[in-house]
Design a protein around this ligand. Structure first.
Ligand SMILES: *Cc1c(COP(=O)(O)O)cnc(C)c1O
Length: 407
């Protein structure tokens, strides 16, 4: 029997043909396909403007810098996330303020956010863990409370215009998820998606900034500025310079270089067209089957998939095993791999990683995060995972868990 992988991308003829068409079109970097993909994403999510980039990480950092986040500022993030969420704060010279997460849905705890807010807090970055949206009503209400707003120290033009802490959603997992009937791209001031190879919708590498600022901001103007800011600060992109005689350009600031190419966008265009009516249906069916089968075992703690307020994008299936410790979890994973089934752990909490540990963050301050992490095993979820493979995964998980907890 061959190894069941964890999350291979779905690369079929439709994708290959669109990539080849792009290669043959004579335009391979940022151009018509990227612009079309941006428009399609805005239509999908219902936000005013979307900028595509080469990663979600770039998108998060660009938005922190756009807001003027710098040394001395604080950005509140969950302790339980991928390192990118924290690294971008460090890149800006600011301090990531880690807070604990919820026992049930793995997401950032809103009361813990409240306790962490100081006069230096500039941004909160909620992460929709596994694709299940955070409690955005509570987070948005919190930053609009009079006492919290009066604490906010607006230093830049953008900060003065917003007049409060910015909500920058790390939605790397949650494209297509819902919160109270609304898609993830319109739940915060700005939302960043990832199209990395393992994510629900991929462009190999890639990401997008979904702009959703309220008045007096003009999202179209921010979009135009960000196009320049993410392309060297050059006032004309390569496509515009191609037009006859249109060679002269200017550099208005020392910008970054993190644009999406049309080759990437070609993959994304195909992926988005079939996202709701195909990709998400298949992912949901896999997760539902895991949930139904595992609910028969008293040791299984299932992840939230759909509730009154939120519906996941079915990015991950983060199973937890009741009553085990970290060593037992690791033993179970080893046994599952012995059945030729790939699983994963999402994530190693930030305070347990060398760089953040050395900065003084201590996992004992995040007991809920540690408890969830120590019992967590993510099961494979991908488009080409067949029913027969789902059964193999379930057999491997059940046998491995029972062997360890009955030992
Ligand atoms: C994947 C991921 C990112 C980074 O996405 P890239 O597109 O690879 O930069 C950020 N945050 C979380 C939670 C992720 O899982």
């Amino acid at each position: 029997m061959s190894l069941i992988p964890f999350a291979p991308p779905r690369i079929d003829d439709e994708i290959i043909n669109e990539v080849v068409a792009t290669l043959k079109s004579g335009w391979i970097t940022t151009g018509p396909r990227t612009k079309q993909f941006e428009k399609n994403l805005s239509a999908y999510n219902g936000n005013a403007a979307t900028l595509c980039l080469n990663s979600a990480t770039a998108g998060l950092e660009i938005m922190l810098r756009w807001f003027g986040v710098k040394e001395g500022d604080e950005v509140i993030i969950p302790a339980y996330t991928y390192s990118a969420t924290a690294n971008v704060v460090v890149h800006c010279g600011a301090t990531p303020v880690l807070v604990d997460t919820n026992a049930d849905d793995f997401n950032i705890n809103v009361e813990a956010i409240r306790e962490a807010i100081t006069k230096n807090t500039k941004v909160i970055m909620p992460v929709d863990f596994a694709g299940y949206p955070c409690d955005y009503d509570a987070i948005n209400a919190l930053v609009n409370e009079a006492s919290i707003k009066s604490l906010f120290n607006a230093e830049t033009e953008e900060q003065k215009k917003l007049g409060r802490i910015m909500i920058l959603s790390d939605a790397a997992h949650s494209l297509g998820g819902f919160y109270k009937g609304r898609r993830t791209g319109i739940l915060a001031d700005v939302t960043v998606f990832s199209f990395h190879a393992v994510k629900n919708l991929t462009t190999a590498e890639g990401g997008a900034i979904a702009l959703n600022f309220s008045e007096p901001f003009n999202n179209e103007d921010i979009y135009k500025y960000l196009c320049i800011y993410t392309l060297h600060g050059q006032n004309k992109d390569a496509l515009a310079k191609m037009q006859k005689g249109n060679w002269r350009y200017d550099i208005i600031e020392a910008g970054f270089k993190c644009n999406m190419t049309d080759i990437m966008a070609a993959i994304g265009l195909v992926e988005l067209t079939r996202y709701d009516n195909d990709t998400l249906l298949v992912r949901k069916a896999i997760c539902d089957k895991y949930a139904v089968k595992l609910s028969g075992y008293s040791w299984a703690e299932l992840p939230p998939l759909a509730s009154q307020s939120a519906i996941t994008s079915y990015h991950l299936f983060p199973l937890r095993i009741k009553g085990i410790n970290e060593q037992q979890r690791d033993q179970i994973i080893q046994k599952i791999f012995d059945f030729d089934v790939s699983v994963n752990v999402h994530f190693i909490p930030l305070p347990m990683l060398s760089f953040y540990k050395n900065k003084g963050y201590n996992i004992s301050n995040y007991p809920v995060t540690f408890n969830n992490y120590s019992r967590e095993i993510s099961l494979p979820v991908f488009y080409n995972l067949t029913d027969e493979m789902v059964d193999r995964v379930l057999n491997a998980v059940v046998s491995s868990v029972e062997a360890v907890i009955n030992a």
